[in-house]
Design a protein around this ligand. Structure first.
Ligand SMILES: Cc1cc2nc3c(=O)[nH]c(=O)nc-3n(C[C@H](O)[C@H](O)[C@H](O)COP(=O)(O)OP(=O)(O)OC[C@H]3O[C@@H](n4cnc5c(N)ncnc54)[C@H](O)[C@@H]3O)c2cc1C
Length: 374
């Protein structure tokens, strides 16, 4: 089979791959982007777009379209079991923009539209089967939906192919970390409730927690890790039609490296963690922004910029996943000492400005500087 040549090849058209293609195209770098799925994902998954994401998208037009379409998220409320609610104003701590609530499928659609406007279309139904690095390029084997195979050579490859990344496996990189034993359950469900619709809510319960956030008028995301979360809704709240239901296990994992040679990883391919903190999609878009800067420089002859990407992002991935893992263990309320900290100390701590500021910065994605060079 003959080998075709490709420009920089992005594997995966989730938010990370789409953002990488957009940032690269805006820097004048030719790209090809493929996705194994025949159609875009329709799931609401990540609901929060944070200020760091809006910042890196500035100038693409996508930030403005998100602001026009999304609902601002101004408050977070912690409801101790039987105790007094603590409300944190997410606009404090000097944020230039508030958090925004928009279903992930819409964020992806806005990224794909902006990408199409600069002349790049996602090639769907094209799966990466394998890759290997040779001295001057990366050689890949792609499988098309019609069953045909394609051998292709690309100068650089960006693996944005999600938590089960084929790119990460081909690089033989460990995805070290751990998983929580209990399943978490998720619903997008119609609720009649007196809860503040402009706030995200965490309700502490004896056997876990409940998370509630309105994603569209009258429709709420509910996540819980206890038995029968929908039976533990606040008093007076009534559940109606279910729009989406899912159950998943939480892992906290970081790839051993964020890049090897001409191949780099971003998004869930490089890091996974719980949805507490709303960081997954946002951190992937930030990865894409840093990758575009480093890859453009590398193609201009500064090849050490690929190592810069791997070094810079691996450090950020480790820090963020450690922080979210700790927060998750605290909120899930399953271990004795942590349970005491959660129920007694956390509500008290959140009455003080430094603890609130730390929480807001973590949610906003501003808990580390955005660095493009070491
Ligand atoms: C229930 C839920 C709630 C969440 N809530 C939040 C939240 O509030 N905030 C937040 O920031 N994040 C949240 N996340 C996480 C967020 O959805 C992910 O972090 C995000 O989708 C990662 O984007 P990605 O582009 O890196 O990977 P993905 O979205 O997984 O995209 C990977 C793409 O690669 C394609 N692909 C896979 N293998 C191949 C292959 N071999 N060849 C070609 N293509 C391939 C797939 O088809 C897919 O389109 C949530 C996730 C879930 C499940």
């Amino acid at each position: 089979m003959s080998m075709t040549t490709s420009p920089l090849l992005i594997v995966g058209a989730g938010p990370t791959g789409l953002a990488a293609a957009l940032f690269l195209a805006r820097r004048g770098v030719a790209v090809r982007i493929i996705d194994a799925a025949s159609a875009p994902s329709v799931y609401s998954k990540a609901l929060a777009v944070n200020p760091r994401t809006l910042d890196v998208l500035a100038g693409t037009g996508v930030d403005q379209r998100i602001l026009a379409e999304a609902a601002p998220l101004s408050r977070a409320c912690l409801h101790p079991d039987g105790g007094e609610t603590v409300t944190v104003d997410l606009r404090e701590a000097g944020l230039a923009q508030p958090m925004q609530v928009l279903p992930q499928a819409r964020t992806e659609a806005l990224l794909a539209e902006a990408l199409a406007a600069v002349g790049v279309q996602v090639e769907r139904g094209v799966r990466l089967e394998d890759l290997q690095q040779v001295p001057e390029a990366v050689e890949l084997r792609l499988l098309h939906a019609d069953g045909s195979s394609e051998q292709v050579s690309a100068p650089l490859v960006y693996g944005a192919d999600g938590a089960r990344s084929r790119v990460r496996q081909a690089l033989q990189l460990d995805f070290g970390g751990d998983s929580l034993p209990e399943p978490w359950q998720l619903w997008d469900v119609e609720l009649e409730t007196a809860l503040d619709p402009g706030a995200a809510h965490i309700l502490l319960r004896h056997d876990g927690f409940l998370f509630l956030l309105q994603l569209a008028p009258g429709v709420w995301r509910v996540i819980g890790n206890g038995a029968e979360p929908l039976q533990q809704l606040p008093q007076g709240t009534r559940a109606g039609a279910i729009h989406w239901q899912s159950s998943f296990h939480i892992g906290h994992r970081v790839a051993a490296q964020a890049g090897v040679g001409r191949v780099a990883l971003g998004g869930d391919a490089a890091h996974i963690h719980s949805p507490i903190g709303a960081r997954g999609m946002n951190l992937g878009i930030e990865d894409a922004y840093v990758y575009a800067a480093c890859a453009a420089d590398a193609l201009g002859g500064q090849w050490q910029r690929l190592d810069d990407y791997a070094t810079l992002r691996h450090a950020v991935h480790g820090q963020v996943v450690r922080r979210i893992a700790l927060l998750t263990r605290l909120v899930r309320g399953r271990l004795g000492a942590l349970r005491w900290l959660r129920d007694a100390a956390m509500p008290r701590a959140l009455r003080f400005a430094p603890a609130r500021a730390q929480m807001v910065h973590t949610l906003a994605g501003l808990d580390h500087p955005l660095r493009l060079a070491p």
